[in-house]
Write a protein that binds this ligand. Structure first.
Ligand code: HAM
Length: 419
């Protein structure tokens, strides 16, 4: 038997239905905020993700890279932002000088060690607001993230925010971090030892060293901000308060990608027994990404939620999800002649929008009945010899067991509201 690749999963209709309901709920909310959906390719030229400035483990070690038959280097997208920005620049969405608000939903691929909440193919739901360096826009995206979790009814989930400061603050902070880590070099893993020189901030979220006391005690970006960056962050907080957003400041939050500056944030589930992968979503402000792709010197801000983790949180908090609508009817027949009539009424009722089905296996009446009842239909429509000759139908209400012979109009009336 051929099995699915490691780190992937199949979704059965009952679960897929819940995801679809969740997606619809999210989309509805986003439209209120003025976001439009963007769909970009699942694979891009490798340089979209493998940029000089991006030295995160995720991009350096976890991407699925391949060559096509034309010897082009391609990468399955590991995240949504880079592809969206590539498209924003390629399509010149900046031309009107305003803010472009986009959302996206789709699969991403990372070669990670699979565990609960961590897959090699996973779905992200993300948003990007591009075109301005604006503390109120950062606050709006954080506020929207808060709205997403609160409107889903998630109570044990918090919004954590921090600032990495502007470029000058980060240059200064990197120097301070380097000076701090040099005497502790021997306590760090091999990768982090090279990171001291190249990208010391990545030590803070290293999967091996991240929890070591020496890393936990490292200086924090928030305490090394320029006056301008500090004002930017206090403005973000001011706007968040004006929007009644509930958040926590976490000075240790740095995020795992290199394109962030100023505001960063994560949505964390603190649900008992949830597991280690409790970050439902993460995002932040990026200053240089648009210009790196050849666009104007404008910032963007965004966040992406992991759909699987969001669904796990919904289930862990027992949030009620809309259930599938029951079958309005099932048609039962006895032989080829009554099957023809059954197919006709099935098709007519479906055209009217009623949900119904039939047993295609030509099984005995009792077997058809048993299998129909498994699907919990509201009504059974029985077509026997008598009904065939009279153009009438036997309609049985499954719950009350009331049975009546009816014509088509009455049948439709009894089935009730159309979908
Ligand atoms: P990220 O933190 O790498 O950020 O991923 C965002 C979310 O995707 C995570 O919080 C998590 O819920 C989910 N996720 C990531 N990796 C996996 C995995 N292997 N299995 C399951 N879920 C996963 C980004 O991707 C940025 N593009 C977010 C962003 C948007 N920043 C600005 N705009």
């Amino acid at each position: 038997m051929i099995q699915k690749p490691k780190g992937t999963y199949d979704l059965m209709p009952e679960e897929t239905r819940k995801y679809r309901a969740l997606e619809n709920q999210l989309i509805k909310l986003l439209e209120i905020y003025g976001y439009g959906e963007i769909r970009t390719p699942i694979f891009e030229y490798s340089q979209v993700f493998h940029r000089e400035s991006e030295l995160s483990d995720m991009v350096l070690k976890e991407t699925y890279n391949f060559k096509d038959k034309g010897n082009r280097d391609l990468t399955l997208r590991p995240e949504g932002t880079a592809g969206v920005i590539r498209s924003y620049v390629e399509q010149k969405l900046y031309a009107d000088g305003g803010i472009t608000k986009l959302y996206y939903l789709g699969p991403n691929f990372r070669y990670e060690r699979p565990q609960k909440g961590r897959y090699r193919q996973f779905y992200q739901f993300g948003i990007e607001a591009i075109g301005a360096k604006s503390p109120s826009l950062d606050a709006e995206v954080i506020g929207l993230s808060y709205k997403i979790i609160s409107s889903l009814g998630l109570k044990q989930v918090v919004v954590k925010i921090n600032t990495l400061g502007d470029i000058e603050s980060r240059l200064n902070y990197n120097k301070i971090l380097r000076d701090y880590f040099i005497p502790h070099k021997e306590d760090l893993c091999e990768n982090c030892q090279t990171r001291i020189d190249v990208n010391p901030m990545r030590i803070l979220d290293c999967k091996i060293d991240g929890e070591k006391p020496v890393v936990k005690k490292a200086p924090k970006p928030m305490h090394h901000l320029t006056a301008e960056a500090s004002k930017y962050f206090s403005d973000v907080l001011k706007y968040l308060d004006a929007m009644d957003v509930i958040y926590e400041i976490d000075d240790a939050l740095v995020r795992g990608l290199d394109y962030y500056g100023h505001t960063v944030f994560e949505i964390e589930a603190n649900i008992k027994g949830f597991g280690a992968q409790n970050i439902l979503g993460g995002g932040g402000h990026y200053e240089k990404l648009v210009s790196e792709f050849g666009g104007p010197d404008v910032s963007g801000v965004g966040i992406a939620f992991g759909m699987e983790r969001l669904m796990q949180a919904i289930e862990a908090e027992n949030v009620e999800m809309p259930k599938d609508k029951p079958f309005d009817f099932y048609v039962l027949y006895f032989d080829e002649a009554t099957k023809l009539a059954a197919l006709t009424i099935l098709s007519e009722l479906r055209d009217l929008g009623y949900k119904g089905d039939i047993d295609h296996l030509d099984r005995k009446f009792a077997t058809q009945l048993k299998s129909a009842l498994k699907n919990n239909p509201n009504y059974l429509i029985i077509i026997g010899e008598e009904e065939l000759n009279s153009n009438l139908y036997t309609l049985k209400n499954v719950k009350t067991e009331e049975q009546k012979t009816v014509d088509f109009d009455e049948l439709v009336k009894k089935l009730g509201k159309k979908r």
